[in-house]
Design a protein around this ligand. Structure first.
Ligand code: CS2
Ligand code: MN
Length: 400
C-alpha cells in the first residue's frame, strides 16, 4: 500500500497527533517552522521533532517544506550562505533518517487563492481562485508598477468593474486573503512589504529564474545523493505567473526540464494533483505516468475549473482531475519499485487540503485556535478515507 501521511504543523498545530491516529495515516509530514527561512536545521532540532512524532506512534517521513529563501531564488547578495545552510540541513535530515524533502521555487508567494472561505451547499467551506479578483487586487489595491502590461485591455477593465462592485469589507477581505502568510507561518505581509518583495524580481525573467533553479540543483543534488535524501519539487499553485512574477514549475514541459537538468533519482517531484490540475492543458494522469520513477511524494487533491484560470477546490473524488487514474499509476509504480527492491517504495501520499466542516468549526471554537485554510481535521479525514478506499478499489481491479 502507498504510505498514508498527514501534514502536521508541529506542537502549535490545533490538531493533536493523538487525533491524527484515527485517520489511518501512519506517516507525518512536517517542517521546523520555527527556524527562519535560510537558516540551518540542526540535528538536535530535527531529532527533537522526530522524537515527538515517534512517541505518538508515527514516523516522520517527509520534510515539507525545507523552504528555499528568496535570496537563493533571486541569486542575490547572501545566497551562497543560504545554499551552504541548505546543504547542511539536507545532510542533517539524512543523518536523522528523513529521506524525502519537499520544496518549491515560487517567487514570493506559495499557494494563492482569492477566497479562503467559500461556503458550499453541503455546509462545508472551500477555497477558490478567481482571476478577475486577483487582477483587481493587483491593479486596484496593490497598484503594482506596470501591472497594466500583464493584462489585456478588457481584462483590466473587468477587474476594475469587479473591484468597484465590492463593498469596503469585501475589498479588505480580498487584500487580507492574498497577503496571508504561508501555511505554517503566522505572518502575513503588509502591502509595502509585499511590493518590495515583488519588485526584487523586476530584473528576473523566466529564463533567469530557471537558471537560478538549475544552479540551486547543481549545488544541492550531489549532497542529497550523498545523504540518501530525495528532493521533491512542488509545482506552482496556481500553475501560471501571478503579479508579473515568473513561475517555472507549472507544466509537464517545465517538470521535464527540471528532471533532466540533474538526471538522477534524487532530483524528483512532489506530484500535487490539485496544483497541476488547475490548468486545463495539464493532464495529471499523463504527467504522473511520464515521471512515475521520479515521484517521491504525492499530494492528492482536486479542483473544479469554472472558467479559464478560475477554479475552486472540490471534494477529492469530484473535480476535474481523474484521481482514480492517478492512483492506478501510483500503484503500478509502487509495484515496480518494490520488485526492484528499489529506493523509496513507500511512496508517501497525503490528502492535500480538505473542506472545513461545521464540526471543524466547533473544534476551532473549543480550542480557541483556527486551523490553516485547507488543514482541518474532519475535512482531511474524509479525504484520506476516500483516498484509501480508492486505492483498495484500484488494487482489486488490477489484481495487485
Ligand atoms: C501545500 C504547499 O498547502 C499546500 O498547498 O501543498 O503549501 C506546499 O507545502 C509547498 O508549496 C511545498 O513547498
Ligand atoms: Mn500541494
Amino acid at each position: 500500500m502507498l504510505e498514508k501521511t498527514w501534514r502536521w504543523f508541529g506542537p502549535f498545530d490545533p490538531i493533536a497527533l493523538s487525533e491524527v491516529k484515527q485517520t489511518g495515516a501512519t506517516g507525518i509530514v512536517t517542517a521546523l517552522h520555527q527556524i527562519p527561512v535560510g537558516e540551518i536545521w540542526t540535528e538536535a532540532d530535527i531529532m527533537e521533532r522526530k522524537r515527538t512524532i515517534e512517541a505518538a506512534g508515527f514516523a516522520w517521513t517527509v520534510a515539507e517544506s525545507l523552504p528555499v529563501s528568496e535570496l537563493i531564488k533571486l541569486r542575490s547578495e547572501g545566497y551562497q550562505r543560504h545554499i551552504e545552510n541548505y546543504k547542511l540541513s539536507v545532510r542533517n535530515l539524512g543523518k536523522c533518517g528523513i529521506d524525502t524533502v519537499c520544496y518549491n521555487f515560487m517567487p514570493v508567494l506559495d499557494w494563492s487563492r482569492t477566497d479562503l472561505e467559500v461556503p458550499m451547499t453541503d455546509g462545508s467551506v472551500t477555497t477558490k481562485f478567481q482571476s478577475v479578483a486577483f487582477a483587481a487586487f493587483d491593479l486596484c489595491i496593490l497598484k503594482r508598477r506596470n501591472a497594466e502590461r500583464d493584462y489585456t485591455r478588457s481584462g483590466a477593465e473587468s477587474a476594475r468593474t469587479f473591484y468597484s462592485s465590492l463593498h469596503e469589507k469585501e475589498k479588505a477581505r480580498l487584500q487580507r486573503t492574498i497577503l496571508l502568510g504561508l501555511p505554517g507561518s503566522a505572518n502575513s505581509f503588509s502591502l509595502e512589504e509585499f511590493r518590495a518583495a515583488i519588485s526584487a524580481y523586476d530584473r528576473i525573467d523566466e529564463a533567469e529564474l530557471r537558471d537560478n533553479l538549475s544552479y540551486f540543483l547543481g549545488q544541492i543534488v550531489p549532497v542529497a545523493e550523498e545523504s540518501g535524501v530525495a528532493l521533491a519539487i512542488h509545482p506552482d499553485d496556481p500553475p501560471w505567473p501571478l503579479l508579473g512574477l515568473p513561475r517555472i514549475v507549472s507544466t509537464k514541459e517545465d517538470l521535464r526540464r527540471i528532471l533532466s537538468s540533474a538526471d538522477t533519482f534524487f532530483n524528483g517531484i512532489t506530484l500535487c494533483a490539485g496544483s497541476l490540475g488547475a490548468r486545463s492543458d495539464n493532464n495529471v494522469v499523463d504527467i504522473a505516468k511520464s515521471f512515475a520513477s521520479r515521484l517521491h511524494f504525492i499530494h492528492l487533491r482536486n479542483v473544479k475549473r469554472t472558467a479559464d484560470r478560475d477554479f475552486f477546490e472540490s471534494h477529492h473524488l469530484e473535480g476535474d482531475v481523474d484521481i482514480g487514474g492517478v492512483m492506478q499509476v501510483l500503484v503500478r509504480e509502487q509495484r515496480r519499485r518494490a520488485e526492484r527492491g528499489g529506493l523509496n517504495h513507500r511512496m508517501p501520499i497525503r490528502p492535500d487540503h480538505g473542506r472545513l466542516m461545521p464540526a471543524d468549526r466547533i473544534l476551532e471554537k473549543e480550542r480557541g485556535k483556527s486551523v490553516y485554510p485547507g488543514y482541518s481535521l474532519i475535512g482531511r479525514m474524509k479525504a484520506l478515507a476516500e483516498l484509501r478506499g480508492i486505492e483498495i478499489g484500484v488494487r482489486r481491479a488490477m489484481n495487485f
